[in-house]
Every structure is written in structure tokens, then in C-alpha cells.
Design a protein around this ligand. Structure first.
Ligand SMILES: [Zn+2]
Ligand SMILES: [Zn+2]
Length: 108
């Protein structure tokens, strides 16, 4: 008797692999689209402005005001394109790359 597992996509019982046929097809499609990459370039300008304004146009870690980028405070999730404002934070380029996308050790 095959060991049953749960599909990672929909939670249905499956007998082999990690996803049911439907979810696997969807997964492959999503991977081919490189959604993580798209998420980075697809942030609306208005949202970017909103985050910068909320954080006072300063890096949330070191308070620097130049070379600002918008950092994702949650890991990129495959297939997810839009982020809520509270999932984003203003960081200068050096803090952003130093953290490598990990949660910050805020020293305020
Ligand atoms: Zn499934
Ligand atoms: Zn900084």
C-alpha cells in the first residue's frame, strides 16, 4: 500500500511526489514565470512612495536618507506578486544587502 502524503498546493491526499497533478502543473507554470523576479519590478510607484513617506524617507535600520530601497520584511513567496504596506520597509542599499533579505536586528 503506497504511503499517502498531502499535496503542498491544495492539501489533497496524493500517493507520490509532493503535489497533485493540478498543483504540479500550476507550480511549474509559476516557476517558469519567475514570479520572484517580477515581484521586484512590479511594485507600483504609488506604493513605493507610500512606504518611503511612512518611514520618513529614511532607512529603518540606520536612518540614512540616501540610496534608499524598499525591502521585503517577509520572504518572497512563490507566486505572490503584491505586498501589503506592512510587509515592506525602507532600507538603504547597504543595510538591504547586508541583511540579505533577513529580518533586521533593529537597534534603536
Ligand atoms: Zn493539489
Ligand atoms: Zn541603512
Amino acid at each position: 500500500m503506497p504511503r499517502l502524503r498531502f499535496c503542498r498546493g491544495c492539501g489533497d491526499l496524493i500517493s507520490s511526489g509532493v503535489r497533485c497533478r493540478d498543483c504540479h502543473a500550476q507550480y511549474v507554470r509559476a516557476r517558469n514565470l519567475r514570479p520572484e523576479h517580477l515581484a521586484r519590478v512590479a511594485m507600483p510607484r504609488a506604493q513605493r512612495e507610500r512606504i518611503l513617506k511612512r518611514d520618513g524617507y529614511r532607512c529603518v535600520d540606520c536612518q540614512a536618507s540616501d540610496d534608499l530601497t524598499i525591502d521585503h520584511v517577509v520572504p518572497l513567496i512563490t507566486g505572490k506578486r503584491n505586498y501589503r504596506d506592512d510587509e515592506l520597509a525602507t532600507r538603504c542599499r547597504s543595510c538591504n544587502s547586508r541583511l540579505g533579505g533577513k529580518l533586521s536586528h533593529a537597534h534603536r
